[in-house]
Design a protein around this ligand. Structure first.
Ligand SMILES: NC(=O)c1ccc[n+]([C@@H]2O[C@H](COP(=O)([O-])OP(=O)(O)OC[C@H]3O[C@@H](n4cnc5c(N)ncnc54)[C@H](OP(=O)(O)O)[C@@H]3O)[C@@H](O)[C@H]2O)c1
Length: 306
């Protein structure tokens, strides 16, 4: 029997990586779902359904039609500043939609497995890098609060569940709706633009392929509970951007250090997050790439797309 895996938000960074990662796997049937049309270049070998996760009836109809064994919920309002100013939209997508998925999964046959994506932003950023046993409170933005609440819904859903928290994801996908730190830095520096980059935020940046691999490992092993998934290299954002500049041979004098507090962004950012990966390495056999290996993978993909 092939495992049916339904992905929400399949047009997104993680969603696309998941579809491409699972496609060659003959023991898996992929049902990709996202809002609107399928934006992946390759559209064969899997089913695509337009599914807006904030539409309760649509969620019910599609899940009951396909009866997935696993749902990987990547759909989310991921722009943290937009969440701050559009609170209602953030709640609908990051909280209510999770409730719709849970309610429908409860009436599916068998014991369907919900794999839900969450964030390092649920930590206050005072003591990173964090383990799964650290207390995720208090979240300090609307986005973080919405993700924290969604985690609680998943934990008490009564379903078989996994929460995968991740950190600053980077990578290349088809027709991207938003950029990420690596592509933003590369693009700005390649155009000779001066950039202000924070030197007081610390992260373990995550290659999107690594995150997809961890989701697949959890799905195939039926691993449950909370997992911290990120890259293994801990660095400040300005260090990260300097590594990007070195990698593509850009002028590092364009990079200017800044403090988070001076940027005036609507949403607060936790300063020091990043993850300790021991649990994922031991229980999922998760093997993250180094940040430099990640850049090599991104570089190859950019060249093959050109
Ligand atoms: N990226 C990060 O740095 C990061 C860090 C920590 C945690 N996470 C979490 O990881 C998960 C995946 O993130 P990501 O980077 O892959 O995000 P992403 O690239 O923004 O992808 C999210 C996808 O959800 C889709 N979507 C938006 N509204 C929808 C709706 N109403 N119904 C169905 N789909 C909808 C978006 O569609 P459009 O493309 O059409 O807008 C987008 O394709 C999220 O839960 C996020 O909170 C991400």
């Amino acid at each position: 029997m092939r495992k049916k895996i339904l992905i929400t938000g399949s047009n997104g960074l993680l969603g696309q990586k998941l579809v491409y990662r699972l496609l060659p796997q003959s023991d898996v049937e992929v049902i990709a779902t996202s809002k609107g049309q399928n934006r992946l270049k390759h559209q064969a070998g899997y089913i695509y359904e337009a599914m807006d996760v904030t539409d309760e009836q649509a969620v019910k109809d599609i899940l009951l039609k396909h009866k997935p064994d696993v749902v990987i919920n990547t759909a989310a309002m991921t722009n943290v500043d937009a969440c701050e100013t559009e609170r209602e939209a953030c709640r609908k997508l990051n909280v209510d939609a999770v409730e719709y998925l849970i309610n429908t999964m409860k009436i599916l046959p068998g014991s369907p497995h919900l794999i839900h994506l969450s964030t390092d932003f649920i930590f206050d950023g005072k003591n990173g890098p964090y383990r799964e046993t650290d207390i995720p409170y208090p979240p300090n933005s609307v986005y973080a609060e919405s993700k924290y609440v969604s985690e609680k819904l998943v934990e008490k859903s009564g379903l078989k569940w996994t929460i995968i928290r991740t950190v600053l994801v980077y990578g290349v996908v088809d027709f991207m709706s938003r950029s990420n730190i690596v592509l933003w830095a590369k693009d700005s520096l390649s155009k000779g633009k001066s950039i202000n980059v924070v030197d007081d935020q610390f992260r373990t940046p995550t290659l999107s392929e690594d995150l997809a691999e961890a989701c697949v490992l959890a799905a195939m092993k039926g691993a449950t509970g909370v997992f911290h998934i990120s890259g293994k290299d801990f660095m400040s954002i300005i260090e990260l951007v300097n590594i990007v500049a070195d990698f593509w041979h850009f002028d590092k004098s364009l990079i200017h250090p800044a403090k988070t507090a001076t940027l005036g962004q609507p949403a607060q950012r936790p300063l020091r997050t990043g993850f300790i990966l021991d649990k994922a390495i031991n229980e999922l056999s998760y093997k993250p790439h180094s940040f430099l290996e990640g850049l090599e993978i991104v570089d190859k993909q950019l060249k093959s797309d050109a």
